[in-house]
Design a protein. Structure first.
Length: 597
């Protein structure tokens, strides 16, 4: 939708200001707008500035009266698709601005030296795009002040703040608009936690957690639930989502199996279950004796209220929290000190900011010693280390006879690999198949067009594309590794999978992993590999490693299997978790600091 010369692109900020960009003069103007909201305003010069105020399952159309009074005319709208997916601004004096929703950033360029993203104006550091969430069909725009992203120039900034947005959230909570506050928190974390300035460098959002505690206390006063006495052995697991594959869901399954009285509540924070995007038939096979409840489609506030009520009625001895980074419903429902149950926070305090990660009413557990030590040191609290575990299905028997690598295997979904950039998966596959005589097996879900793209790249390199053996999702990674004819497991890159590497080593596979030379401080973990020298930093090193390996595969296989048995076997997991639940409580001096339980 082009804007004609003389038009103004107006952005309503979360603090209630209107920032306008004049397409003809190139000037950026900043003035109060009398409304606290986020949205996209288009002023065509003669008409009123229009703002779509995005709310769960709908929106309001807000129009500034044309008399210049800044009074708002409010009308409902049934769809958010009126927000165009591309805006083009062509100033009369030449130059061009194109606003596209690409990734998380709103990218824009303007002839004349003004760059709207990532630094649209000296007062602002970034032009954030808050992407569609569980109930949002359209994005929300927000200008973020420069004083909030010091992490961009710091290698490690554990505590992250968003002063402009936090001020708005404080106002919303103070007047009881908890749903609006939770929506903002969801989108702020969702649009920031994986950005390069913060990914692997920041862990905590203490001011947002303080507001979540206020909301939790308020909901408790409002609902006044009748808490059922905690029943010994009764375990409640609360998660944001469950997947057919991936370490996150397998940890949940391990927790569920280690107790005879387990119930799982899934908040469905992205709305995938409610929308029918996830098939859930696999759960009845994997957890036939576990009650699993999926929360219905609702606002985040309604989910938090329902979650608090469900917890009170259940009366668990301990609650394990495995929420996604951006899901505010768990801490909003359960952060209050007056909730009488043990609450154990397992996900996430590892390498990205996460809501609820500074609540002093939770016990914090990490799956690596490194992250447990970091959290303990930064926050000055007691933190627990719980090793990952995988049930032992035995080693593959024929590694002793291997004298060369014929075929390789990897696993992971599309979130573990790159499709473009410096390490596209197609280049990785081409490098592997150029160095070995056999096949490369891929276990885990990839989009069909991505698989086709990889095979086209192999055809162009005159490599038989049939040697890329895409297996997709399998019931058990370990069993699949036992069945296929491969001699080396290549960990996913650029994002490794800890649990997958553990399973591979349990099956006796040596693991060749990607040692990302650009990893930020919180991503520098090598606790899941028996031999840390089996690594590569680029496709050149990958090819050389594959050509050099061979005769030492039997000894490397024995080392991998021994590493699994000593560090990650499932025999002690149930006892570890039982002791964790028995020991857990609000942080105190009696809680073991940075120790395996």
């Amino acid at each position: 939708m082009p804007l004609l010369a003389g038009s103004t692109l107006s952005i309503y900020t979360s603090s209630g200001s209107l920032v306008s960009f004049d397409a003809e003069t190139g000037r950026i103007m900043h003035r109060p707008a009398g409304v606290a909201s986020n949205g996209l305003g288009l002023d065509r010069g003669e008409g009123a500035a229009c703002l779509l105020d995005v709310q769960p399952f709908g929106a309001r159309r807000l129009e500034v009266e044309p008399d210049g009074s800044d009074r708002l005319r409010v009308s409902p709208t049934s769809t958010l698709h009126e927000v165009t997916r591309s805006l083009e601004v062509v100033p009369a004096a030449g130059g061009r601005v194109t606003l596209r929703w690409a990734g998380t950033f709103l990218t824009a360029d303007l002839a004349g030296g003004i760059t709207l993203a990532p630094t649209p104006h000296p007062e602002f550091s970034s032009f954030w795009l808050l992407q569609p969430g569980p109930a949002f069909e359209a994005p929300v725009f927000l200008l973020q002040r420069a004083d909030c992203i010091e992490a961009a120039v710091n290698d490690f900034l554990p505590n992250l703040g968003f002063p402009q947005i936090e001020h708005l959230i404080d106002r919303l909570v103070s007047v009881g608009l908890y749903g609006s506050a939770l929506n903002l928190m969801f989108h702020i974390i969702d649009s920031n936690y994986f950005l390069p300035p913060f990914h692997g460098r920041s862990l905590f959002v203490p001011e947002l957690d303080r507001q979540l505690l206020r909301i939790s206390d308020a909901l408790l006063r409002d609902i006044r639930p009748d808490f059922r006495p905690a029943m010994p052995g009764r375990r409640l697991i609360i998660a944001s989502e469950l997947y057919m594959s991936g370490g996150h869901s397998r940890v949940i399954e391990d927790l569920a199996r280690s107790s005879l009285k387990t119930k799982i509540i899934v908040t469905d924070c992205f709305g995938n279950v409610a929308a029918g995007r996830f098939g859930l038939g696999f759960l009845t096979q994997r957890l036939p004796d576990v009650e699993i409840v999926f929360m219905k489609r609702a606002t985040l506030e309604h989910k938090a209220r329902a979650l608090l009520t469900a917890v009170a009625q259940h009366g668990p001895a301990e609650i394990f929290l495995l929420g996604h980074h951006q899901d505010p419903t768990l801490p909003a429902a359960l952060a209050s000190e007056d909730i009488p149950y043990r609450r154990i926070f397992l996900h996430h305090t590892d390498n990205n900011i996460c809501l609820g990660a500074t609540s002093r009413t939770f016990v914090f557990v990490n799956f690596t010693k490194y992250h447990a030590e970091v959290v303990s040191a930064v926050r000055g609290i007691k933190t627990c280390y719980l090793p990952l575990c995988v049930d032992d299905l035995g080693p593959k028997p024929n590694f002793e006879r291997v004298d060369r690598i014929r075929s390789t295997v990897t696993s992971g979904g599309q979130d573990k690999y790159s499709r473009s950039g410096t390490l596209p998966y197609a280049d990785v596959v081409r490098t592997i198949l150029s160095a070995i005589p056999g096949d490369h097996f891929h276990i885990g879900p990839l989009p069909t067009d991505w698989v086709d793209e990889i095979r086209r790249a192999l055809d162009e390199a005159e490599i038989d594309s049939g040697r890329f053996r895409y297996l997709g999702v399998v019931p058990s990674l370990w069993r699949a590794l036992l069945d296929i004819d491969a001699q080396l497991y290549i960990a996913s890159a650029p994002n490794g999978g800890a649990r997958a590497s553990i399973e591979a080593q349990g099956a006796g596979y040596p693991v060749l992993f990607y040692a990302n030379p650009t990893n930020p401080v919180l991503m520098q973990v090598d606790e899941f590999n028996a031999d840390t020298s089996l690594s590569w930093k680029d496709t050149g090193e990958l090819g050389q490693s594959l050509l050099a390996m061979g005769e030492d595969i039997p000894s490397q296989s024995r080392r991998a299997r021994r590493f699994y048995e000593e560090s990650f076997s499932g025999e002690a997991f149930a006892e570890n978790v039982r002791r964790l639940g028995a020991t857990a409580g609000p942080m105190n001096e009696d809680f073991d600091d940075r120790k395996s339980i």
